[in-house]
Design a protein around this ligand. Sequence first.
Ligand code: ADP
Ligand code: TYD
Length: 206
Amino acid sequence: MKLKRGWLIVFEGIDGTGKSTQCHKMETRMREYGVPVVRLREPTDGAWGQKIRKILSDGRGAVTPKEELSWFTEDRREDVEKNILPALRENKVVLLDRYYYSTAAYQGALGLDPEAICRDNEAFAPVPDLAYLFIVPPEQCLKRIEQSRDGYSSFERLEYLVKVQNIFESFHGPHIRKVDGVSSPDVIHGQLFLEIDELIGLNKIK
Ligand code: ADP
Ligand code: TYD
């Protein structure tokens, strides 16, 4: 199937809301339809991403919020140039597990200005066609994480996640959709697929 343009669809929310699950499901469904699709995630596996993953596993240590912000921003700059823009130019659907709303919410929860973070990112990163913000009570997210992984990182403390989710909930815009992430994975996937199908017009292309 050939698309007339590329589409950028991002999956956002605090840890454990089910973003990765939905991103995978959507990729599978798109492939079934023969849609050209790439699934990406941030932080990436590049040099900045590796630096970031070290503080995710070992704790922030002496890294300041501004430094942390600059690492996530540099990682994204690289992702935009190397992966996101090329895929969009090839008229692919880009499914992205975390983007700059995560930076605005997580680094915003450290005391930096979420609006300024969004503005600075939008200077080099394309605004997505759809941004899904998954909302699940943080206590429930931590339970999900506890059941699926051994222990959680320093980024996943309840108090912090409550602040992060409050910032996510404050985002509004024509492309922003809040998703009730408490429903079952299949129900959520069905809702998202309906909307994406309509947006891209898959039925008309087939
Ligand atoms: P995230 O990418 O947002 O951190 P994941 O997709 O990795 O979240 O999901 C975290 C855990 O919660 C996994 O064990 C996953 O199987 C489970 N999970 C995902 N979606 C749901 C859902 N809708 N209801 C219950 N559990 C879910
Ligand atoms: P990720 O590996 O997606 O975690 P999870 O699978 O648990 O959702 O992301 C790693 C962590 O990085 C996550 O706690 C959120 C954080 N993060 C930021 O603080 N700022 C950012 O800009 C991004 C993209 C992620």
